[in-house]
Write a protein that binds this ligand. Sequence first.
Ligand SMILES: [Zn+2]
Ligand SMILES: [Zn+2]
Ligand SMILES: [Zn+2]
Length: 131
Amino acid sequence: MGCKYEEQKYPESIVKALSALSFSCVNSKNGCLDPIPYNALYDHERYCGFRLKNCSGRKKEMIEKEIKDHEAICGFVKLYCNICETYYQRQHGHDKLDCVLGRQEHAQNEFKKCKEEYRQLEAEMQNKRRH
Ligand SMILES: [Zn+2]
Ligand SMILES: [Zn+2]
Ligand SMILES: [Zn+2]
């Protein structure tokens, strides 16, 4: 006779009863009014379209479903220019001059990087020569 350990489980009848129940979503105050069956609740709340999220441009909470439309027009959202490889805020705009300046800045940064790499390489070479 040993000690018998049994994992505590809810009786099947309770699980069945729970899955038959529906719950309201935690985001019901934001407009998610559909009843969610118990066994789908966890997944639903992770992907619910009524979750609050911040606009990627600035801290402003809104419903996930509406964020796409909002971000398409929001002036605070950062856009990326492929030509000069820099980010700019939509409200600031990005014209040809900005692009030239952006490209210049980018080139300067690249140049700085190259210079640093070159210096490192040079230092390494000198170290090797000394040995
Ligand atoms: Zn929901
Ligand atoms: Zn915004
Ligand atoms: Zn540009």
